[in-house]
Design a protein around this ligand. Structure first.
Ligand SMILES: [Zn+2]
Length: 82
């Protein structure tokens, strides 16, 4: 998939809610490329790790990431959006 912002090819992978097994033992939302197994941290605009909410464990959704624009695109449906 090409990035709609810059036109570059995006990385295909998943957005996951996981606990990273590392020295830091971070819990949050991570990115994993489809051709790799390594989880990579996702930060918000203020450089905070997206989220420390433990209820998101096990969450996985296919997504595309543009490393140039720092954008993630995924399919979503929001229930009862008013
Ligand atoms: Zn882009």
């Amino acid at each position: 998939m090409d990035c709609p912002f810059c036109g570059c090819e995006m990385h295909t992978g998943e957005v996951r809610g996981e606990m990273m097994i590392s020295v830091e033992k971070d819990t949050g939302i991570f990115w994993c490329r489809s051709d790799r197994t390594k989880l990579q941290k996702i930060f918000d605009a203020d450089k905070r790790l997206l989220t420390d909410n433990k209820n998101i464990l096990g969450y996985r959704i296919p997504a595309h990431y543009c490393s140039k624009c720092k954008k993630v695109i995924l399919d979503a449906e929001v229930e009862d959006l008013v």
